[in-house]
Design a protein around this ligand. Sequence first.
Ligand code: NDP
Length: 241
Amino acid sequence: MSKVAVVTGGTRGIGAAISVALKAAGYTVAANYAGNDEAAAQFTAKTGIKAYKWSVADYDACTAGLAKVEAELGPIAVLVNNAGITRDAMFHKMTPQQWKEVIDTNLSGVFNMTHPIWGGMRDRKFGRVINISSINGQKGQAGQANYSAAKAGDLGMTKALAQEGARAGITVNAICPGYIGTEMVRAIDEKVLKERIIPQIPVGRLGEPEEIARCVVFLASDDAGFITGSTISANGGQYFV
Ligand code: NDP
């Protein structure tokens, strides 16, 4: 029987590439999303991967959604916490609402999704949790105090949970993508992209969603069983930790 993997924000962008790559690697995949029903329906029609709608920012919705996935597909072996949002503003202009929305989704979302299934992973003595953080959680980014704080928090949680899960056969790792050519990044003004962003990336190009997806497939695999509490920086050489 194939292992079950859940990917949050798994119907668009990097998450869609992760869902597809995990399916190709033999997992039964549940792709969670927040509200874009049209994109989710198109994704399911194209890939055959089932989409599940709930917000990772809502603990009760996560508990109910994960229970539904387990009832339909079986116990969850792999959790990819990929859902993320931005609400950018310079700090002096950032509203409490912008702060809260990003923390609720990008940081509390990881707690809300991981906590309800942690006990099951412990009981079964197997689990893979992979958190998609960001280069901006490692280096900080002006205009993204909320996002940088949340993504740095994800890295702290990754290391703490790695220690707690180790004896129970659960590995917890993070991936910090740099600029990846998703809709969000390609929507940036072409001139800004060419003149300001790409020149900061030593390999001279944006990353592809599939390049992040391949890191996830590796971290989920049995080959990665000795790797826990680690961060893979997939950023074209833009930042070293
Ligand atoms: P997209 O904006 O393309 O997709 C985001 C996905 O997350 C969508 O499927 C969206 O659902 C889902 N989502 C948003 N909020 C919630 C929520 N509350 N509950 C459930 N799902 C939610 O993002 P990217 O693919 O660009 O980014 C994916 C991850 O990678 C994020 O965590 C991001 O921070 C990180 N990242 C991205 C980089 C990049 O260059 N793109 C760089 C570094 C990190 P719906 O379709 O319903 O809106």
